[in-house]
Design a protein around this ligand. Structure first.
Ligand code: ITT
Length: 243
């Protein structure tokens, strides 16, 4: 059986990183646009995990509907389709967890990120260095070929800088300072970022869960991956509080 992962995202920065993280040559990765199954569900969950599942479920439902209608424009013969999604954001401790699950929508979905970062830095002008801690959080959701739903979390710890540095990455990367590199996550290479990032950790955990599922032919338990996530507890706290 061929494996096809359809990623329920319209974010080009995410999909670029996801393609670099999924290195298995036997697994094809398509964005929902490439697969012709674009969904835009209301992300009305109260946590990263809920929103990730809302997105994955919406695309999986659309695939099921299109299959039933015979309008799915994909060659699905001998192919198992898995839908995955990523709901992520920046959790800043000094701002009570903001922008959190609202990171994409913060100050307007289409607002320039330099402006968003400048506004956040203004709000944090008087926050001393030691209190500028923050983390990127990603929940990767999935609907496996048997219809079972799964979600895992990953986090990357850092500090909000006092300026904007670097051209790599996307979104809030240019002011997210990584003390161990002495650089922002927009200054390290994509390879370096994927090795330590929230998305890299969560996606690798999900892929390992998926491997277990494929090998056992049964539904693996989400709890199996808990030990894989480096910052699982810190992350779960941050995500849980960020409502
Ligand atoms: P999809 O829902 O289509 O996947 P989105 O951009 O709307 O795309 P989210 O609702 O998950 O996705 O919002 C995530 C936002 O969090 C993203 O738009 C960035 O602003 C920020 N973000 C997440 N991961 C990031 C990263 O690795 N680097 C910089 N910013 C990131």
């Amino acid at each position: 059986m061929k494996q096809l992962i359809i990623f329920a995202t319209g974010n080009k920065g995410k999909i670029r990183e996801i393609r670099d993280i999924i290195t298995d040559p036997d697994t094809e990765v398509l964005s929902m646009r490439e697969a012709g199954v674009e969904a835009d569900p209301d992300e009305n969950g109260t946590s990263f995990e809920e929103n990730a599942l809302i997105k994955a479920r919406a695309v999986a439902d659309l695939i099921r509907k299109k299959k039933a209608e015979g309008t799915l424009s994909l060659d699905t013969e001998n192919t198992q389709i898995t839908v995955m999604s990523d709901d992520s954001g920046l959790v800043i401790d000094a701002l009570g967890g903001e922008p959190g699950i609202y990171s994409a929508r913060y100050l307007g979905y289409d607002t320039d990120y330099n402006y968003k970062m400048e506004q956040i830095m203004k709000r944090m002008e008087n926050v001393p260095d030691e209190k500028r801690t923050a983390r990127f959080v990603a929940a990767v959701g999935a609907v496996f070929p048997d219809g079972s739903e799964h979600v895992v979390l990953g986090a990357m710890e850092g500090v909000i800088a006092r300026g904007i540095f670097g051209l790599n990455g996307f979104g809030y990367d240019p002011f997210f300072y990584l003390p161990e590199y002495g650089k922002t996550s927009a200054e390290i290479t994509e390879e370096e970022k994927n090795a330590i990032s929230h998305r890299g950790k969560a996606l690798r955990a999900m892929l390992s869960l998926f491997d277990t599922w494929k090998q056992s032919g049964a539904t693996a338990k989400d709890a199996d991956t808990a030990s894989v996530l480096n910052s699982a507890s810190a992350c779960a706290e941050a995500c849980g509080d960020n409502k």
